[in-house]
Design a protein around this ligand. Structure first.
Ligand code: PLP
Length: 387
């Protein structure tokens, strides 16, 4: 009989690691809601369960799936992607130096520039596609963390994870990566040398736009990981058990959803590349993308469900198109089964690297012909074609 270790990640995720509830023999384990636990007769807590703020059984079940998917030693789930990212930075010390990308999730960039700077972190923002710039920015002995995001929201630039890991490690720094857009189905950054992987589990991991959650996975269960765990426990950043249950349910279909979204995104990217109203399509799966070869090397089985399009008609046409869609939902976020469209510069505000003519598309799992037809019609109608 093949061993559990030989089963593929999709198999293990579909069965949430095969865990059943022994007392009832239930295939779907119950949600552990308790916040407190009975002590043993001799005053000990032998199960390891003491209180709900440091840990929870349903949360641990979600973590075991994420650790398996990422090939990690350990994982943690937290109340949001932002709380996961912030927990990593708060595990550093005031005065530490950080290198982060110019193109990254905007709210985290703003937090690093403002709040983290006030708290004492020094962050330099670099173009992660320029390895010489990364090398120049990393200060041996001073830089404690290099943060990157690949593909990076919302321009979908790709970073050479293995090369940045080598640079970070040579300087004595750790490499952490926001891999939300890639998902563990398409990319496993720990295998490429990263130390910590972060996800907004609100997106693909949960996949149904009904849970706010974050995840971290680590290569090594070391002192830095212990500090991150402490930040989560002290600040109460743990995910609630009901949300953890929904997250486990979402991850059972992760591979199916990610592959469907990736196939749809590639088809849309290809077709919109030849659309009269489209100036440029930003998608690493296109052979015209400047980092396509790198993306093909470090992403397996697809290039993700996220793409952006820039419209020839500029900002006003982009905003009007987002207002004219009917099947696509005009909303923020990404990674759900429903397709979303967003004029990104409006939300990111001043300082965004995002051009004003850009629409960000999160491809869901709907029929791709329906998606193409709706956006094609919205672009043409809002441009006044045929009038
Ligand atoms: N990282 C990326 C790439 C994101 O897109 C987001 C949210 O949009 C986050 C992090 C933050 O995650 P959350 O909204 O779950 O806090």
């Amino acid at each position: 009989m093949p061993k559990k270790n030989d089963w593929s990640p999709a198999t293990l995720a579909a069965q949430a690691m095969g865990k059943i509830d022994e007392p009832s023999r239930a295939v779907v384990p119950p949600i552990h809601l308790t916040t407190t636990f009975i002590r043993d007769p001799d005053n000990q807590y032998r199960t390891g369960n003491i209180y709900g703020r440091p840990d929870n059984e349903t949360v641990r079940e979600a973590e075991s799936v994420i650790a398996m998917l990422e090939g990690a030693t350990n994982a943690l789930v937290l109340g949001s992607g932002m709380s996961a990212a912030v927990a990593v930075f708060l595990a550093l010390k005031p005065g530490d130096h950080v290198v982060a990308p110019k193109v990254m999730y905007w709210a985290l960039r703003n937090w690093l520039m403002n709040d983290a700077a006030e708290w004492g972190l020094r962050t330099d923002f670099v173009d992660m596609a320029d390895l010489a710039a990364v090398e120049a920015a990393v200060k041996p002995g001073e830089t404690k963390l290099v943060w990157l995001e690949s593909p990076a929201n919302p321009l979908w630039t790709v970073t050479d994870i293995a090369a940045v890991a080598r640079t970070a490690h040579a300087a004595g720094a750790r490499l952490a990566i926001d891999s939300t857009g890639a998902t563990p189905i398409l990319s496993r950054p720990l295998d490429l040398g990263a130390d910590i992987v972060m996800h907004s589990a609100t997106k693909y991991l949960n996949g149904h736009s009904d849970v706010l959650a974050g995840a971290l996975a680590t290569r090594q269960d070391d002192a830095f990981w212990a500090r991150i765990k402490r930040v989560r426990a002290i600040q109460g950043l743990i995910l609630g058990p009901f949300e953890a249950f929904l997250l486990i349910r979402g991850m059972r279909t992760l591979e199916l959803r990610v592959k469907a979204a990736s196939a749809g995104a590639l088809e849309l990217a290809t077709r919109f590349s030849n659309h009269p109203h489209v100036l440029e399509v930003l998608y690493p799966g296109l052979s015209t993308h400047p980092q396509h070869a790198l993306a093909a090397r470090q992403m397996k089985g697809g290039f993700g469900g996220m793409l952006s399009i820039r419209l020839r008609g500029g900002e006003s046409h982009a905003v009007a198109t987002a207002a004219a869609v009917s099947l696509w939902k005009r909303a923020t976020s990404l990674g759900g089964v429903e397709s979303l469209i967003e004029h990104r510069a409006s939300i990111e505000g001043p300082g965004t690297p995002c051009p004003a003519d850009l629409l960000r598309l999160s491809t869901g799992i709907e029929n791709v012909e329906d998606l193409y037809a709706d956006l094609d019609r919205a672009m043409r109608e809002s441009a006044g074609d045929g009038k």
